[in-house]
Design a protein around this ligand. Structure first.
Ligand SMILES: Cc1ncc(COP(=O)(O)O)c(C=O)c1O
Length: 391
């Protein structure tokens, strides 16, 4: 066989499979993609353009430009009161995506296990497995607002678990944690001597309380691979830029892989990212205000039309239940797409027990969201009439 067993056995992304259906359809309101609907702020784009004009077209240091690592460290200090050694403990990556891949490959030996929340961001499981690790599910459910608790960690722990990955605010549920909740989770992580991969790519989109990075909690910095990036906060998905901060030995391991596979992140993106960190806080505040307005509208509207929806604390997703329809999430999503031209993501793409949920991204204009809600409402009413007529 030409393809390795490991890749052959990998399931294709549930999101991709669904969005292949959307391609080619006209007038679809797409609430499926997980990326900001804002364009990168102009002053950041301008820096990228001028960097090209000035001829910045070379490789950079493997770890990323020192000035960028300095700015990342400054941001972490000013914002969260945490400091890293910029030469030993910070690595600039090609998005959080590369950070995830490097983290798992740097720490896992064949058969090592990783606790992965269910539901989770679609790339966690495959990335763990490509690194030779095994996934152990950490089940969460609507009763706890999809939160991971120390009890769930205790129940899921088994021989060979080396690490845990936590993403907050969470894709797909929007769930986040207060400092008190994080402290409780941290205690369980320390008790079992786990390495934490903390994916905080949505940190700036936390609405109801202050975001607390795990690495700022007592006993956590030395065991946390702290991942973040520019895609969501600054609407810079296409720049493909992120960073990892963590203990020197792990960052050295990640850097080894990075220097052979990626060499460095693109210099143009790094220059743009320096600008984002220096002056982008106003842009973040503007986008956050708009996402918050949309979140409040979506949660209210979905509950009003009969799809029960908990209040997410962050990111730009709502994760309502479709239990009332009695349909499986893929059937619901396909039927809604065909009949009303609204695209959203079936819950089944995010975990095995999520077939009675759908993920809706509100990274789309307020008008689009209103129109989508009207179409979903119509669809639900037609479903009800259809059921009555069949009786
Ligand atoms: C939870 C989570 N982590 C990581 C990523 C990837 O981020 P990046 O664009 O920085 O690679 C995403 C993108 O949707 C995400 O939702």
């Amino acid at each position: 066989m030409r393809i390795s067993k490991r890749v052959e056995q990998m399931a294709p992304s549930g999101i991709r499979a669904f969005f292949d259906l959307v391609l080619g359809m006209k007038d679809v309101i797409s609430l499926g993609v997980g990326e900001p609907d804002f364009v990168t702020p102009w002053h950041i784009r301008e820096k990228a353009i001028s960097s090209l004009e000035k001829g910045y077209t070379s490789y950079t240091s493997n770890k990323g430009m020192p000035e960028l690592r300095q700015e990342i460290n400054k941001f972490l200090g000013e914002r969260y009161g945490i400091a890293y050694d910029i030469n030993e403990e910070i690595l600039v990556t090609v998005g959080v995506s590369e950070g995830l891949d490097l983290a798992f490959r740097a720490i896992l030996d064949p058969g090592d296990k990783v606790l992965v929340p269910d539901p989770n961001y679609v790339s966690y499981g495959p990335t763990v497995e490509l690194a030779g690790g095994e996934v152990v599910q950490l089940p969460t459910n609507i009763k706890t607002g999809f939160k991971i608790t120390p009890e769930v960690i205790e129940e899921s722990m088994c021989e060979g678990v080396k690490a845990i990955i936590i993403n907050y605010p969470c894709n797909p549920t929007g769930t986040s944690y207060t400092k008190k909740e994080l402290r409780e989770i941290a205690r369980a992580i320390i008790k079992h001597d786990l390495i934490l991969i903390s994916d905080e790519v949505y940190d700036e989109l936390t609405y109801d309380f202050e975001h607390t990075p795990f690495a700022t909690l007592k006993g956590m910095k030395e065991r946390t691979i702290y991942l973040n990036g520019f895609s969501k906060s600054y609407a810079m998905t296409g720049f493909r830029l992120g960073w990892a901060a963590g203990p020197a030995d792990i960052i050295a391991g990640m850097t080894k892989i990075h220097q052979y596979t990626m060499l460095c992140a693109p210099i143009i993106s790094q220059i743009a990212a320096i600008e984002a960190l220096k002056t982008g806080f106003k842009d973040i505040a503007m986008m956050k205000r708009e996402y918050l307005r949309r979140r409040n509208y979506m949660v209210g509207a979905l509950n009003d039309i009969g799809l029960s929806c908990h209040m997410p604390q962050g990111a730009f997703y709502v994760f309502p239940s479709i239990k009332s329809t009695g349909m499986k999430s893929m059937d619901f999503a396909k039927d809604l797409l065909n009949k009303k031209k609204v695209a959203l993501v079936p819950g089944s793409a995010f975990g095995k027990d999520l077939d009675d949920h759908i993920r809706i991204s509100y990274a789309s204009s307020y008008d689009n969201l209103k129109e989508a809600i009207a179409r979903i409402d119509e669809y639900l009413k037609e479903l009800k009439h259809g059921k009555k007529a069949r009786r």
